[in-house]
Design a protein around this ligand. Structure first.
Ligand SMILES: Nc1ncnc2c1ncn2[C@@H]1O[C@H](COP(=O)(O)OP(=O)(O)OP(=O)(O)O)[C@@H](O)[C@H]1O
Ligand SMILES: [Mg+2]
Length: 247
């Protein structure tokens, strides 16, 4: 079992799109895969077609109900969320071992899976730290836009901190570019700059810009089922292969 977390405190860098599409591809390849929605915006939950889930991790924490696991496709499960998760975040702050709450709650459940993918919120809040406690590899999606990679050092700093203090198996899996537009020179410039600074940590695979990303999310279907042959789906398949080679 390996846990991959998709993290970037900048909003809209395709964390959710990447988590759910890579997860769906892994599941289709035959790996037992669990997606965890750790963002109260619930974009991942709705992106896999789950609306108003009966329970969330907040209920597990508060009322000791079993951890909610919903099956969405063959080999693909999700721990869904709703706005409630915002309370979870504020309440666990008072716990003595507040960065290990998630580990305590789902530590056993995740052992049943080949891959567990966690979609984090656009912040570096306590839930992100909880995710890092159980993570093997962090992947950072970066939008091919101006200023997009500013602040990457902050994520890497937190990663190092958790690595040194509590989770020594934690590692950077890679940085990858999303919403890449080959007709705009800025996309190529950003790629060059990140390559110069982060060298092999920048992955070869890139995700091009495509309306299919949003359309499939609105439909509540991963790209591999929504539009199997479109170029963006092929990008995600190539990225998934590269991830498997790196971990
Ligand atoms: N390759 C792409 N091409 C075009 N649009 C995309 C692409 N990837 C994602 N999007 C769209 O960009 C928006 C943001 O994507 P997404 O929700 O995955 O980002 P996020 O990093 O999870 O955002 P947040 O920080 O709010 O959690 C969504 O509307 C999504 O459909
Ligand atoms: Mg998101």
């Amino acid at each position: 079992m390996k846990v991959l977390s998709f993290i970037n405190h900048k909003g809209g860098t395709a964390k959710t799109t990447s988590t759910l599409n890579i997860g769906a591809i892994l599941a289709k390849k035959g790996y037992k895969t669990l997606l965890i929605d750790l963002d109260s915006q619930a974009n991942l939950t709705e992106g896999v077609g789950v609306y108003n889930p009966d329970a969330t991790l907040y209920d597990t924490y508060k009322k000791r109900v079993p951890v909610p696991v919903v099956s969405v496709e063959h080999n693909l499960d999700v721990i869904p969320t709703s706005l409630d998760l915002a309370y979870f975040e504020t309440e666990i702050i008072n716990e003595q071992y507040r960065e290990k709450v998630l580990k305590k709650m789902i530590g056993q459940i995740i052992e049943k899976y080949d891959y567990v993918l966690i979609d984090c919120s656009p912040s570096l809040n306590i839930l992100v730290i909880n995710a890092l406690e159980i993570t093997d590899y962090v992947f950072i999606p970066v939008e091919a836009e101006y200023y997009a990679y500013r602040g990457l050092e902050r994520i890497l700093g937190i990663l190092k901190n958790v690595q040194e203090n509590s989770n020594s198996k934690l590692d950077l899996g890679g940085i990858f570019l999303t919403k890449y537009n080959s007709t705009r020179s800025i996309s190529a410039e950003i790629k060059e700059q990140i390559k110069n600074q982060y060298s092999t940590n920048l992955m070869d695979s890139m995700i091009r810009i495509s309306v299919k990303a949003t359309e499939s999310q609105i439909e509540g279907k991963p790209l591999i089922y929504f539009s199997e042959d479109s170029p963006i789906t092929k990008d995600y398949i190539a990225l998934t292969e590269e991830i498997l080679n790196r971990i």
